[in-house]
Design a protein around this ligand. Sequence first.
Ligand code: ADP
Ligand code: MG
Length: 697
Amino acid sequence: MRPQSLFAIFGDIGALPGIGPRLKGLVARVAGPRIVDLLWTLPTGLVDRRHAPKVAEAVIGEIATVTVRIDAHEQPGAPRRPYRVICSDETGFLTLVFFHAKQDWLEKTYPVGETRVVSGRVDEFGGGRQMTHPDFTVPVVEADSIRTVHPVYPLTQGLTRTVMKRAVDGALDRAAALPEWADANLLAQRQWPGWSEALRRAHRPESAADLLPDSAARSRLAYDELLATQLALLLVRQRQRRLQGRALDGDGGLRAKISGALPYSLTGSQNAALAEIVRDMAAPARMARMLQGDVGSGKTVVALLAMAAAVEARGQAALMAPTEILARQHLETLRRLAAPAGLRVELLTGRLKGAGRKALTAEIEARSVDIVVGTHALFSEDVTFRDLALIVIDEQHRFGVQQRMALAGKGSGVDTLTMTATPIPRTLMLAAYGDIDTSKLTEKPAGRRPVDTRAMPLDRLDRVAAGIRRTIDSGAQAFWVCPLVDESDVLDVTAATARHAWLQERFGGPRSHAVELIHGRMKPAEKDAAMQRFIDNETAVLVATTVVEVGVDVPNASVMVVEHAERFGLAQLHQLRGRIGRGARKSSCVLLYEPPLGETARARIDVLRKTDDGFVIAEEDLRLRGGGEALGTRQSGMPAFRLARFPEHGDLLEIARTDARVALERDPELNGPRSEALRTLLYLFEREEGVRMLRSG
Ligand code: ADP
Ligand code: MG
């Protein structure tokens, strides 16, 4: 149960003073629905109005708060010209400029002959100084009310900074001090404030330095989040170690049959990874290993051989894929490869219903099925394995910890192997997974042709279309990916729909030249059907929004066009490019960008042109994004960090890891009085997996 001390901040934003139902929706759009979400939404900048120079000393382009006498009003000489208010102090003139302002309001606000304090950005125009639409104008006695610093938050249409400030102030009022979980020495050494004080300071920056990740307040908060995560991970691991695993010791017979029939030999990396996996499986402890390898690095066959090892030891295996279509693709591949060993592989997804489903679940229970491939449906209660020994999870991040645990509960001492196609930099790996065992596929299977990658401005669309025509004339296929325009996918769909129409007009016609569209708003079944037509080469061009994962293997596709490539992250572009270059054809990836290309976007494209190594790209991605966005975005697929940033908080990660370990050595169940604060911390950051370990431990 969440401790009482956290109730106040886990409430709804609508409970804050002055935040009614309408404003609640707007605040929730930028922060999230709960008060705690608002607390984690730190300012992105600040506006400093304390700078109060004389007019002549005001820095051009900067915000200043100046005290001036109103000298005269100048009405617009012609329509659409601005209204001017001429002001001055003893050092010079300042012209206030207004477009579309009401004259009576201006006369009331700026009475000639009086003195006012105005605050806004000072610009230079025609040799003079001017301020267009001052942000604030007050009489001299009220000067202090505007000579302040205020934080800048992300806003959305209709949400003013005043409302946002009110909401944050309300949230901070509810964030009462909590028992201290951080080590006293650490706090002293780093001069960190307590948690609630750190929050207050982080939300009320006094200078630009306070906004930096290494400020005392922000470091402290990041540390808290990292400590919570590391504690949770260690608790899960501690529990996993305690659970009896089983020694799966196969004789290698099935594996030999499968390997012997492969049309290729395994790469060195594949062999090494497999050896690590099989060794873990043979050990009595429970395996929790991650197999990392770029798209196309050949994870599937490694997974199959691991599953065969489980079957040799008289167990069953399950492979979970994130989508129906990927599950189907796995089924086909596995059936084909496993046939020589006589393994029975079946598919179980949410679409299998009624009698068919009953029959299959009965066979699974009777162990007449060796390997079950499926989606979330594998978690369903009606699915019971006779003896589930190994679970393989493809694309790890799509499944929550909870779901994985539910599946693990379907067998006793089940080993798990998770596969991810997004190489993860080491720091992030530790931050998100702790010391999970990993195997990496660093070599590409032989015969891969490098993909020709080039960047072009968007206005070369016609040339790109001509290239695609040649591609499809030759019988190959092409992907065309449209960008994420907005958080909501409405605009994406519009953009993709328009592009689809445009391409269809150019090609269209016979089936071999048909253009298909898939996007995030389609029903899953429609989407799958469209995808299937592309896989079956019934359509030539597949236009897709990024909301739709193009995570399929279509060796006949040899062109990947990414529109507005400048809006994509590096890892994401790499993933997309990995979809081609799988067959015998020469493949090319065209990155269409909107000029002018920013520095980071150019650097990203350069990296892609230079290397095809996912691990190198992952590290570069982290470096390029440095200081930028927090993790947990769709593109990284990593668990969300609200406050910690990488690589900036990498050093804190190491400290948090050590501290978490020490805390658990002292009190493994965190039930002593000294651990109360740590338990609160776990709840505060919703590291539920850790908390559950305690409860059920
Ligand atoms: P991913 O790691 O993306 O899941 P896959 O397992 O789908 O990669 O493998 C990609 C392709 O590479 C498949 O067509 C597979 O048959 C092929 N492949 C896998 N291992 C090898 C190998 N050692 N030599 C040659 N081709 C291989
Ligand atoms: Mg795969």
